[in-house]
Write a protein that binds this ligand. Structure first.
Ligand SMILES: Cc1cc2nc3c(=O)[nH]c(=O)nc-3n(C[C@H](O)[C@H](O)[C@H](O)COP(=O)(O)OP(=O)(O)OC[C@H]3O[C@@H](n4cnc5c(N)ncnc54)[C@H](O)[C@@H]3O)c2cc1C
Length: 316
């Protein structure tokens, strides 16, 4: 077993002992989890402890304890914008998945979706209520928490356009509700990218429209994704942010890097903005290909490509 900085046994005991103490405290505990199964890149080593809360009370309890004890943790949604290390993650992963995914209509045109809700499910809920605004997000393979964290966007839309407010907890477990203008949402950025607060739920302000029109827009965006993106290979979507006035994929292609590879990692031949796992890629392969692409593009064009994918080191 690896020598982890966090005391895995005592953490396991602590969290196990909390279960059943109160009917509101509900979470699953997993030990020695292979992170490659929790990242759409299918890359990464092991983490010693994963906690999967099913409600806000449990999440609050977990987060305040981990902060109080200065234990490193990472909030994980679908792992579709993450690159784990081959060594794994020396800390606790708090996974907000389907069991933290309630979606409800709280007003005739407002949907509340919890952090673990899948965007595709939120979009389908909006469709069933004849509510428009979220079509752009159909096909982004993330959760509400991950999408708000990085202001996910596509096809001219972004979370910023539809988020009415977000409720989150801070390091001490205190709840805060932020209105749209307090969210500091910009290109692939929100206040949560800096603050370390954990998104619990977001309220989306939508508008009534014809169901058929909404469905057609969703289908159109999905068709475009299937045509343009290498969806049959594991990846984390666009590897790099868009440099101002440019497209990362075009710059990479113009530098002759289409299909360039390191080990099992490859610049997609279908879409140069995606680095894919062609089979058996390690995290080291992906990182060294990222560096190769950045160095080549910088030297040939003067543009420094910034990573959109979050690279998570084994230790800080
Ligand atoms: C094939 C493919 C296509 C994609 N297309 C797009 C696209 O069109 N547009 C786009 O913007 N992105 C796209 N992505 C990237 C990704 O799907 C989005 O960034 C998505 O919003 C990430 O959500 P997630 O739940 O997977 O987040 P994760 O990858 O699990 O986490 C990403 C970050 O968010 C943080 N986080 C997650 N949940 C919370 C929370 N509740 N509170 C606080 N922080 C949290 C994590 O700590 C991490 O730092 C694509 C990815 C793939 C694989």
């Amino acid at each position: 077993m690896k020598n982890y900085k966090c005391n895995v046994d005592s953490l396991y005991e602590h969290f196990s002992s909390l279960l059943g103490t109160n009917e509101k405290i509900a979470f699953e505990i997993k030990r020695f989890v292979n992170l490659s199964s929790y990242s759409t890149f299918h890359v990464g080593g092991e983490c010693p402890l994963m906690l999967l809360p099913t409600n806000s009370e449990s999440l609050t309890l977990i987060i305040s304890y981990l902060n109080e004890k200065h234990i490193r943790y990472l909030i994980l949604g679908n792992g579709s914008n993450i690159l784990f290390d081959d060594e794994g993650y020396d800390g606790v992963i708090v996974l907000l998945g389907k069991s933290f995914g309630k979606i409800e209509l709280i007003d005739e045109d407002v949907i509340r979706a919890y952090a673990g809700a899948q965007l595709v499910t939120v979009c389908n809920t909006a469709l069933s209520e004849s509510l428009s605004g979220l079509e752009f997000a159909y096909g982004i393979p993330g959760t509400v928490g991950g999408a708000v964290f990085m202001n996910a966007g596509a096809y001219g839309g972004e979370m910023k356009d539809v988020v009415l407010s977000v409720t989150a907890i801070d390091d001490n477990g205190c709840l805060h509700t932020y209105k749209a203008d307090e969210l500091d949402m910009g290109y692939r950025h929100s206040r949560f990218s800096d603050s370390g607060e954990v998104v619990i739920y977001a309220d989306f302000k939508l508008y009534k429209d014809e169901k058929l029109d909404i469905q057609n827009r969703m289908n159109d965006f999905m068709t475009r994704r299937k045509e343009k993106q290498p969806l049959s290979f594991p990846s984390a979507g666009s590897t790099f942010k868009r440099p101002e006035g440019q497209f990362a994929g075009k710059l990479i292609q113009d530098c002759g890097l289409r299909g360039a590879s390191v080990g099992g990692a490859q610049v997609s031949e279908k879409h140069c903005g995606f680095i894919i796992n062609k089979g058996g890629a390690t995290s080291a392969d992906v990182k060294s290909l990222i560096k190769k692409v950045q160095d080549t593009v910088l030297s040939q064009t003067g543009f420094m490509l910034e990573c959109e994918v979050r690279i998570i080191p084994f230790r800080e």
